[in-house]
Ligand binder design. Structure first.
Ligand code: MOS
Length: 777
């Protein structure tokens, strides 16, 4: 259901802005005749090769220019002052001392800021899913502790930082709801996610649970998390006449341009957002207040502006993952067959957004159970709006579900992997749809063998090495395949045989440009050096979100659509004297720098020859892929089996993860080198989720108390063991290139595998994250 709702919600937004046409077509309709993508079968090209990042040398040399590094003539530097109350009004704001400070150009507050409309909702009809729709520095209202209340513009960053410290705000505080338990006691509401309630029911799960031969029933808690991409959020922006140019760190350039244009009441074409390199996104590099504030300041002062958030600033105005309190209750027969699966609980959000942490999403498809009850409630807290954070829902949902499965394994006396395989579903258990591709059993068996699972002792605390207890655990992870509407691509082919692909996509460090150059080269029958892949610019075709692990599919389908249009154009240009004369577009394939008959490769003409005969220097086409109907026909997911080994110190309680293996089933892997590091990055974030990450939110005043990497812990080099990664590499015939997303699957399942290994090592079952050493003493 969620997949459909997401695409519908996004489609709604895109149709509004005229970017997508809702065309009802057969699944796989991006390929002529609904056939699978030929790249799935063609194993001899560039796809599947471990190509090194094409932007690697630029980055190593420091020559890749990030948003906060763009030089502009007359640049002014900005710093933000943040509210220190959670709710109320600004009654006075004294900016005199700041204005008089050395180098200060201007101080902007709600009193003098240019008038702006609130940001439009993102991915949801009334309220934003991810971020919010609150006014930006337009009135005296305070909505959260940390809201920007003033911007100082100065000749240097140091002068701006100093002057902002001189600003004095006085508030009229109002009672705020900042205590989670108190909010729950006041009453909860059913969570709405992408316009639909987070609720599923199959049969009577509570009754089935009561009658089950074996049952487990427990509560699991996860704390708030904040985004900590290495690159701080920052913009460098300038008004060039009526055009606003924003150099951003973004995972959605086209959407940012569209939103900012609406806020300033100007045409979308008047806003150009570029973002060629991004130092990590994870869901956090979307639209927050700083882009609009910087653009407003540039307008206010008549100067180009750079606004780079401090690390504290990221905690104050960039939302993260919300907390969860989850119940998982499993009922099974003596053979471990699930008769009841209940996953429910509460999460917090704000009144101005629509992003409950949707932790029940994995339970919708991962196990066959005779009866199912899934339900999320929300409470509203006066805090910074939360947002997407790497596998929103799945990352913390698999923690609870997969720890519960481990508890059920122990209760039934069945090996945890055997228990999972016993509950492998035939079809999607909540939608009834067939799976497009699901090789979960192979994934588990390959992983077990590689990891040496047979060496595990099922008795907790049985293995000791000096003062260390040693244990092994496992868990499964799942993340949906999405392909959001709004894709479009342009291909321009030159007479010298060089092709340029243009699409408003993103490179956040994961290897997009590299993998997509491989795909384009193979599709066009060209060498890697014959392809230029342009992205990260809102003026390029398409509205593509680098999120939901969907960018590769969105780009892939767009490039296929453009390629099909290109083939038709080339065929027209080839005319009657070509060896291709008389053939239809879907009889053609690309090979050796030209087109040929797919089943008769010697019937070939090079692109150069076709263009020369037609006296054309270039042929350029632009096309949009059909709506992503594949997700209405199949249940589509990436899957993982995570194995880990831990050591827990009996004296200090310190847990150390010593070995991790991720075994993945994510369709065809396009580039093993970049994929492996993406999987590993996700696993490392899962390690942080299990053992370290926790936002300290002061429930008395709604203030985040640890807004720095000194006090908010993430895994560092010495925390990360050798991470082994394998995959099935079995193509999904119903996706572009046979691929599934791999951006978010790594984090899912990892926390549970670590928790389960700690239980196996110590006999201590910790159900609230993170597992700091005090919980193991
Ligand atoms: Mo991801 S949380 O959709 O960037």
């Amino acid at each position: 259901m969620s997949i459909l709702d997401d695409t519908k919600a996004v489609a709604q937004g895109l149709v509004q802005k005229g970017m997508a046409k809702a065309v009802a077509l057969a699944p796989d309709s991006w390929m002529p005749g609904g056939k699978p993508d030929p790249l799935i079968a063609h194993q001899h090209g560039h796809v599947g090769k471990p190509v090194s990042r094409i932007d690697g040398p630029l980055k190593v040399a420091g020559a890749a220019r990030f948003a906060a590094e763009v030089p502009l003539e007359g640049l002014a530097y900005a710093a933000l002052a943040y509210s220190t109350i959670a709710k109320g009004r600004i009654v006075a704001i004294d900016t005199e001392a700041a204005e008089a400070a050395a180098g200060v150009i201007a101080v902007m507050t709600y009193r003098n800021a240019p008038r702006l409309q609130p940001p439009p909702a993102f991915m949801s009809s009334q309220k934003a899913a991810g971020g919010d729709t609150l006014p930006v520095m337009q009135d005296d209202r305070i909505h959260w502790n940390g809201q920007p209340v003033a911007l100082v513009l100065a000749e240097t960053q140091e002068q701006a930082d100093h002057a902002k410290a001189l600003i004095q705000a006085t508030y009229a505080e109002e009672p705020a709801q900042t205590d989670f338990a108190e909010a729950v006691a006041r009453g909860t509401q059913v969570a709405q996610f992408m316009g639909e309630p987070l609720h599923n029911a199959v049969g009577d799960a509570e009754a089935a649970l009561a009658e089950a031969s074996v049952k487990v029933d427990a509560t699991y808690r996860t704390p708030r998390h904040n985004h900590n991409a290495i690159e701080l959020h920052g913009v460098t922006c300038a008004w060039e006449g009526e055009t606003l140019r924003i150099h951003d760190a973004s995972q959605l350039v086209a959407h940012t341009a569209w939103s900012i244009a609406q806020m300033f009441g100007i045409a979308e074409e008047q806003v150009v957002v570029t973002s060629p390199f991004v130092g990590g996104g994870f869901g956090g590099k979307c639209l927050w207040q700083h882009q609009a504030i910087a653009a407003a300041a540039a307008k206010f002062a008549g100067r180009p502006v750079r606004l780079v958030l401090s690390r504290e600033g990221v905690y104050r105005i960039v939302g993260g993952r919300s907390l969860t309190e989850q119940r998982v209750a499993l009922g099974a027969d003596l053979d471990g067959k699930l008769t009841a699966l209940i996953h429910s609980g509460v999460t917090a959000k704000t009144a101005a957004n629509a992003m409950p942490e949707p932790f029940i999403l994995p339970a919708r498809s991962v196990y066959a159970a005779e009866s199912v009850l899934l339900h999320v409630d929300t409470v509203e807290i006066d805090m910074l709006s939360n947002t997407f954070m790497r596998a929103p829902g799945e990352a913390v949902g698999t923690f609870a579900l997969e720890v519960a499965m481990d508890e059920l394994a122990e209760a039934t006396g069945i090996d945890p992997i055997a228990l999972r395989l016993r509950n492998e579903p035939e079809n999607d258990p909540t939608t009834g749809l067939p799976f497009s591709a699901r090789h979960v059993e192979k994934m588990w068996r390959d992983g077990m063998e590689r990891f040496g699972w047979s060496r595990r002792d099922a008795t907790p605390g049985a293995i000791r090495d000096g003062e260390w207890l040693v244990g092994m655990g496992c868990a499964t992870g799942t993340y949906p395949y999405y392909r959001m509407p709004g894709g479009a691509a342009r291909i321009t082919l030159n007479r010298d045989g060089h092709a340029t692909i243009d699409i408003a996509a993103h490179e956040m460090g994961m290897g997009t440009a590299t993998a997509q150059t491989q795909v384009a080269a193979e599709r066009l029958g060209l060498g890697m050096a014959d392809i230029t892949f342009n992205y990260g610019d809102s003026t390029l075709p398409g509205v593509v979100l680098a999120g939901g692990s969907q960018q590769t599919a969105a780009i892939g389908a767009s490039v296929i659509a453009a390629y099909n249009a290109l083939v038709a154009e080339l065929l027209k240009a080839a005319g009657n004297d070509s060896p291709l004369a008389g053939l239809k577009p879907d009889e053609l394939a690309s090979r050796d720098g030209g087109l040929c008959k797919a089943d008769e490769p010697e019937r070939h003409e090079s692109y150069a020859s076709i263009l020369a005969r037609a006296a054309r220097d270039t042929i350029s086409v632009i096309a949009e892929p059909p709506m992503p109907l594949e997700t209405q026909h199949w249940s589509m997911h990436s899957h993982s089996a995570v194995f880990c080994e831990v050591r827990v110190n009996t004296v200090t309680g310190e847990p150390r993860v010593t070995r991790i293996l991720g075994s993945f089933d994510c369709g065809r892997i396009l580039n093993p080198k970049t994929a492996r590091s993406q999987f590993r990055g996700g696993i490392i974030m899962g390690l942080g989720l299990a053992l370290m990450e926790e936002t300290q939110f002061d429930e008395r005043n709604g203030r985040v108390m640890n807004p720095s990497l000194a006090e908010y812990h993430v895994p560092v080099q010495m925390d990360v063991p050798e991470i082994d990664v394998i995959w099935t590499d079995i193509a999904d015939p119903h996706t572009p290139m046979g691929a599934h997303g791999i951006g978010e699957i790594g984090i899912t399942g990892t926390a549970a595998a670590i928790v389960n290994a700690i239980y196996n090592a110590t006999g201590k079952r910790v159900r609230d994250l993170p597992i700091t050493l005090d919980k193991l003493l």
